[in-house]
Design a protein around this ligand. Structure first.
Ligand code: MAN
Length: 565
């Protein structure tokens, strides 16, 4: 019975595939193993585990441990079924799929005893697959040709960069020389300018010193006059009594000069000599004294004055009251008064030795301004237009020297700028020369370009050899995902991946990075981006640069399929 079934299966198998002069073999056996299935001999299990009469092959009973006696049935759990799929690609299935009601083989051979009614569709599928493969191959070939162009372009650019570097180096040498010359000329022009301005400054400060001396003289003259006026008994000492005899010093306007009031103006001394008067007493009393001198009408009553208050027993500070109704605006030199008030503030205090030292006078001093000017000029700054307009302060000869120096500074600045520009340009070109643009410079042409990909939330950008970024579609701010790092493909396939690292730090996480996977395509294009782990991005980039040479004979596989027939 077993033998009969096996024979019929063998014939059925032969019948389903046999064309003229083709190799007969049991169902499910690939051509490569046909010789092991010889119906004129016993069958030896392919793993050598035993031998059985040939009639036991495909008898739906599993005899061999490796399942090799049942290639065309589902009897062995570890067996395999091979479908020839003439017209398309052969297929090997686990034998459990035989007659399971599902069409696995396109030639329908796996469902010979089922009700699945499978049809042989291998020819149509084969044609579509071949067309698809041809298209792919075509693209691959085009990509490969484009790669050749990229290689050529890369080499060309490298050479151009080399000669540009040489050119720039020469230009920079020349620019250095020009800069040195201009620097020298600037020094030469600045020397007389500095001298001329120095004289100017000296003349200026001499004038100011003279003015100061005059002012001091005037101030002291006034003081002497006042001293003589106040020193009633002309004994060369200004005493408490003499002070108390003057209504001028009735600061709180209670009708009499108290001891405290008198003492305040004597700088807490009992008496003052002329010298101590000039340095300590006069600065205190000058405002009230002068005001009193200038009043049109002396106050006959105290009605205009505020009533004296308890606390005013302590002598109030001699405040100059600009609102005072008895003051003559015409006569009072306000500026001078203010100036003297300033002087009052800076008078030496009671602990001071009180010596009449000119340095104790805080006369107007513009030295500090001068110093600023000098510093600015020493730094080579061209005087500002505004300042020039405000102060046409130089004589013709000096102005000429300043103009010449300004011109020399301008020329030096220009020469200096040129050197810096050339240095920058050279540095960036030299950097490109040491970058790895692929084994044949095939990626060099990508430098300077950027490629975008937009998904639902973000627009991603890849600028090869520079950076990878992410920008929300809402448009707020760009996130740096990484700077160009290195080629990161596996050994032998180094140029299939790029790593962009050290991007913006992820909140509570690592710095962002982008891993760029490059596959063959006819375009340099960013075709997808994902973020498989938070802040770790995978970019899918296609480029002809990675297209390898397509196989010579694309129909090899099909030919192999046909030989099985
Ligand atoms: C931003 C984007 C995201 C990232 C989060 C992490 O929203 O950069 O891609 O996952 O930050 O906080």
């Amino acid at each position: 019975m077993r033998g009969l079934i096996a024979f019929s299966l063998f014939c059925a198998a032969a019948g389903s595939v046999v064309r003229a002069a083709q190799v007969l073999r049991p169902r499910g056996v690939p051509l490569s193993k046909a010789s092991f299935y010889d119906p004129s001999r016993d069958f030896s299990c392919l793993d050598g585990s035993g031998s059985i009469p040939f009639s036991y092959v495909n008898d739906d009973y599993c005899d061999c441990q490796d399942g090799s006696d049942e290639p065309g049935t589902a009897a062995c759990p570890n067996g395999f079924f091979h479908c020839t799929n003439a017209g398309h690609a052969p297929l090997t299935l686990p034998s459990s799929r035989v007659n399971d009601g599902v069409c696995d083989c396109c030639d329908a051979s796996d469902e010979y005893a089922s009700s699945a009614n499978c049809l042989d569709v291998c020819r149509e599928l084969g044609r579509a697959a071949r067309e698809e493969a041809a298209k792919k191959r075509e693209e691959h070939l085009e990509g490969y040709q484009l790669r050749q162009a990229m290689i050529e372009d890369g080499h060309k650019r490298k050479k151009e960069a080399e000669s540009k570097i040489e050119e720039l180096q020469k230009e920079k040498e020349e620019a250095d020389t020009v800069r040195t010359e201009k620097e020298e000329l600037k020094k030469v022009a600045e020397e007389p300018e500095k001298e001329a301005l120095e004289k100017y400054r000296t003349a200026d400060s001499e004038k100011k010193a003279e003015e100061n001396a005059q002012q001091k003289e005037k101030y002291e003259g006034e003081a002497r006059e006042a001293f003589a006026h106040l020193d009633n008994n002309a004994d060369g000492l200004l005493s408490m009594e003499e002070m108390m005899s003057r209504q001028t010093f009735d600061t709180n306007r209670d009708g009499q000069v108290s001891e405290e009031e008198a003492k305040f103006y004597l700088n807490q001394e009992e008496t003052l000599t002329l010298d101590t008067f000039i340095s300590t007493g006069w600065p205190l009393m000058r405002p009230v004294y002068r005001m009193d001198q200038r009043m049109f009408t002396p106050p006959s009553t105290t009605t205009a004055a505020p009533p004296p208050m308890e606390e005013e027993l302590t002598p109030p500070p001699p405040v100059f009251d600009e609102e005072d109704p008895y003051m003559s605006d015409d006569e009072l030199d306000e500026e001078e008064e203010e100036e003297m008030e300033e002087n009052l503030d800076s008078q030496p205090d009671a602990e001071d030795d009180g010596s009449d030292d000119a340095e104790d006078y805080d006369m107007p001093d513009e030295d500090s301004d001068d110093k600023d000017d000098e510093e600015e000029e020493e730094e080579g700054d061209v005087p500002k237009e505004e300042e020039e307009e405000e102060e046409p302060k130089y004589d013709e000869d000096t102005q000429k020297l300043v103009d010449v120096a300004n011109a020399a500074r301008g020329q030096f600045d220009e020469a200096d700028r040129r050197v810096r520009d050339l240095t920058r340009e050279l540095r960036s070109l030299e950097e490109t020369q040491v970058k790895d643009y692929g084994s044949e410079e095939e990626f060099r042409v990508l430098e300077g370009n950027c490629y975008d990909y937009t998904d639902r939330e973000y627009t991603y950008r890849l600028c090869p050899f520079d950076k990878a970024t992410q920008r929300p579609k809402s448009g707020h701010g760009e996130t740096r995902l990484g700077q160009w790092g290195e080629w990161s493909g596996q050994e032998g396939d180094k140029y299939s991946r790029m790593l962009y690292s050290n991007g913006q730090a992820c909140w509570n996480g690592p710095t962002r990075s982008a891993d760029v996977h490059i596959s063959c395509g006819t375009e340099n294009k960013l075709v997808g981006v994902s973020e498989p782990n938070r802040c770790e991005y995978v970019f899918l980039f296609t480029s002809p640069a990675v297209c390898t040479k397509p196989e010579e004979d694309p129909s090899e596989e099909t030919a192999h399929t046909h030989t099985e027939l």
